[in-house]
Design a protein around this ligand. Sequence first.
Ligand SMILES: NC(=O)c1ccc[n+]([C@@H]2O[C@H](COP(=O)([O-])OP(=O)(O)OC[C@H]3O[C@@H](n4cnc5c(N)ncnc54)[C@H](OP(=O)(O)O)[C@@H]3O)[C@@H](O)[C@H]2O)c1
Length: 348
Amino acid sequence: MKTFRIALIGFGNVGRAFARMLARKREYIEETFGVSPQITSVATRRWGGLVCPEGIGEDLIGIQDPESGWEDRLQRLFDPGLDAMDVIKAGEYDVMIELTPINIMTGQPATDHVRTALEMGKHAITANKGPIAWAYRPLRDLARKQGVCFLYEATVMDGTPVYNLSRENLMGCRITEVSGIFNATTNFILTQMEKGVTFEDAVEEGRRQGFVEADPSMDIDGWDAAAKLTALMNVLMDAQIRPDQIQRTGIGHITIGDIEEAAAQGKRIKLLCRGRLVYGKPVGTVKPVPVDRDSLPAIMDATSSYVTIDTDLMGATTVIEEPFEPEIDHTAYGVLSDVLRILKEEKN
Ligand SMILES: NC(=O)c1ccc[n+]([C@@H]2O[C@H](COP(=O)([O-])OP(=O)(O)OC[C@H]3O[C@@H](n4cnc5c(N)ncnc54)[C@H](OP(=O)(O)O)[C@@H]3O)[C@@H](O)[C@H]2O)c1
C-alpha cells in the first residue's frame, strides 16, 4: 500500500492529539483512501528535529501510553541540531502540518514554514492562524501555482466546519459579512463574572480547567479574536486585512458592576466580532457589547462559540461549537479533516 507521509512542525498539545487521532483512524484511512498514513518528520523547539523516511513507529508517536515511557524513547531519536526549517527542507513528507505557537504580531515563523513547504511542491496545513492572518493571498496563490493544497480548518473554532462549509455547501454565494463569538476564554470569563466570580478568579479557574493560557493577555485584549476575524475575512471575503487593522477592544476593563448593570437591563455582555466590506473596504471590529438575553450571542455559555456567515444568495448560516471533552480533539479533528480532504483530492 502506498504511504502518505506527514511532517508535524510542532509536537505540543495539538500535534500529540493529532498523532493519537491518526492512530485511531488508521484503518478507516487505509480502507477509504488506499494509503497508509505515516508520520515521518517532526520538529520541536526543545528537542530539535526528527526525520525518519520509513515512518516513526505508532507505539512511539501515536499510541502515547503513559506507562510505556514512549516520550523518553521518542525524544532520544531527535537530533537537537535540526531545526524546523531543516526538517521542512529535508522534504521527507507529502504534507507539512504547521503546529507551532502563533505570533499574532507577525505570523512568523509559521508563514515561512508554510511558504517553504509549498515552494517544495508539498501540501501544507496550518492550525496556526498566523499564516492566514498575515499572508493568506500569497500563500493561496503559491499553492495554486504549485498544484498543491493549502488548508487551515483548525484555525477558527477548531474542527467545527467553517471553511469546509463555505467551500462545499455555500458554493456560488458571495459572503458579505462574518460575525460571532470567536474566543472561548473571554466568553468563559464573562460567564463566570455573571456568577459573581472576580475577573482574576475566573482566569484562574480557566487555567485550572486547562484552556486558559499561562499568559491570557492575547485573549483578554481581543488579539486572538482579531486574528480569527482576520483569518475569516481573508479567506471568505478576500479582504487582505491584517490583525492590527481590526478595531479592537478587549474585556480587561469590564467589571462585575458593568455586568450587573447590563443584567438589570435584560442583557449579557459578550465579546462580539464582526467583519464586512464597506464600499469595498474591509472593516473588522472586536468589542464587548451588551446583547439582549434572548439573542443568539447571549445563549453562548462558557466555552461555546459561533460564527454567522451572511451571503447574498441565501442569507445567514450559523455554526455553533459546543464544549467537548477532551477539547483538544476538536482541534485535532480540524487538522485530520484537512488531511482527509487532501487524500480525497489525490484519489480523484
Ligand atoms: N490548543 C488548541 O486548542 C488550539 C486550537 C486551535 C488552534 N491552535 C493553534 O495550534 C498551534 C499549536 O498549538 P498547541 O496548543 O499544540 O501549542 P503548544 O502545546 O505550545 O505546542 C507548540 C509546539 O511547537 C513547538 N515549537 C515552538 N516553536 C517552534 C519552532 N520555532 N520550531 C519548531 N517547533 C517549535 C513546541 O516545541 P517545545 O515543546 O519544544 O516547546 C511545541 O512542540 C498554535 O498555533 C495554536 O494557536 C491551538
